[in-house]
Design a protein around this ligand. Structure first.
Ligand code: SAH
Length: 372
């Protein structure tokens, strides 16, 4: 396996050369490494330095870079696991290179997490985390972190795969990235509830090609019930942009009050808030003078997530403008107009043209038409 010298954050390590290096998706080398996930790992370093777990399992380590950074940049006791022998060898080599002491294991993640418990567990597979969630919940003390790169199934683009993996109906809406995040979160909440464990989201975000969740586990039937109280459906009109929330484990039905078309349930998914503002504020402080390759982009995400309204869906206002046959105004003007009307409104981290608001659809249309 060809290795080149590399560095992420403050951690030097050997990068397994992906063959060829510029090919996407990577994963053609014997050990996986995706430079595009540096932001995801930078975020992990910040979250860990805020939560200070007593120990941390990088359950699917590959080159080990995630766990090595947790050890070197957060000073946390770390175990790095990968079932691949080549990965396990590289992790040991990289621990030496990074100058850190970590435990390395070479187990199937479901076996390891059925036998041992870690205060913080990180699932960062290539693809869907669904097959590992059950054991991860049993093997986690307080903090569970999950990446999903199967955005097509999660967002409804590959509907059958989404149904199989997450026992939910995602549907491809104009807010599909948010649906994907909430389908994954809803799935984890339902899996945890079986063990009388409640889930509290601390920092959640979605990028083009992945969803990342940082969650706290709270033990007790009451905690599980409280989390399940945030599970429900979005009833999305099949004919227009109208939608409404419907809490509960069974979906409702009905017709759209705006256009009369059928309301189609999306879910079950998480309807509640997805950020903990104290954690986000502390992450900003923890950034300090740290070396972070994606610092600027990460500041943008944290700030936008911090200000994001806790509604369960958003609108792409360019799509709404198209229906009205008006040219889209500046998003800042539209937000200001909705606020003048007395509603809350703001940007989201999902895309530059997406908007969250407490205003009903007809008020958004009115604002769009009245904008210069
Ligand atoms: N977390 C890494 C990327 C992980 S890629 C990073 O940040 O760079 C996924 C890794 O999971 C691969 O190395 C693969 O060998 C490992 N893996 C896949 N299925 C596994 C399983 N069931 N148990 C343990 N490791 C597994």
């Amino acid at each position: 396996m060809e290795l080149i010298e590399g560095k992420e954050g403050e951690t030097p390590f050997f990068i397994p050369v992906q063959d060829p290096l510029d090919q996407f998706p990577p994963g053609t080398a014997p050990v996986f490494y995706n430079p595009r996930m540096e932001l995801n790992r930078d975020a992990t370093v910040l979250v860990l330095s805020v939560l200070t777990p007593s120990d941390y399992l990088d359950a699917m380590g590959a080159s080990g870079i995630r766990g090595l950074r947790a050890s070197r940049e957060c000073g946390i006791r770390v175990t790095i696991n990968d079932r691949s022998g080549e990965a396990a060898d590289l992790i040991r080599l990289n621990a030496e290179r990074a100058g850190v002491q970590v435990e390395t294991t070479r187990e199937d993640v479901n076996v390891l997490l059925s036998a041992r418990r870690f205060d913080a567990v990180d699932l960062d597979p290539f693809g869907s985390p669904a097959p590992f969630i059950d054991s991860a919940i049993r093997g986690t003390g307080r903090f569970l972190m999950v990446t999903a790169t199967d955005t097509a199934p999660l967002c409804g683009a590959h509907l059958r795969a989404g149904i199989r993996r997450y026992s939910a109906l995602p549907r491809n809406t104009e807010y599909h990235a948010e649906v994907g995040l909430r389908i994954l979160l809803g799935f984890i909440v339902r899996e945890a509830a079986r063990y009388d464990i409640g889930i509290v989201p601390l920092f959640s975000f979605s990028r083009e090609h992945f969803v990342r969740l940082h969650l706290r586990l709270n033990r007790g039937a009451k905690q599980a019930d409280r989390s399940l109280g945030h599970i429900g459906y979005i009833l999305q009109c099949s004919g227009c942009f109208y939608r409404r929330e419907e809490p509960g484990v069974v979906p409702g039905c009905g017709s759209c009050p705006a256009c009369g078309a059928l309301l189609a349930p999306v879910g079950p998914l998480w309807l509640g808030g997805i950020q903990d503002s104290e954690v986000l504020d502390a992450m900003k402080v923890a950034m300090g003078e740290r070396t972070l390759g994606t610092r600027e982009e990460l500041v943008g995400i944290i700030d936008t997530c911090r200000a994001e309204l806790p509604t369960s869906s958003h609108y792409d206002y360019h799509r709404l403008a198209k229906v009205l046959r008006v040219s889209p105004p500046r998003i800042a003007d539209l937000i200001a107009r909705l606020q003048e009307y007395g509603f809350e409104a703001g940007r989201t981290h999902y895309s530059g043209t997406s908007l969250k608001t407490t205003a009903p659809l007809e008020e958004i249309y009115r604002a769009l038409i009245s904008c210069p």
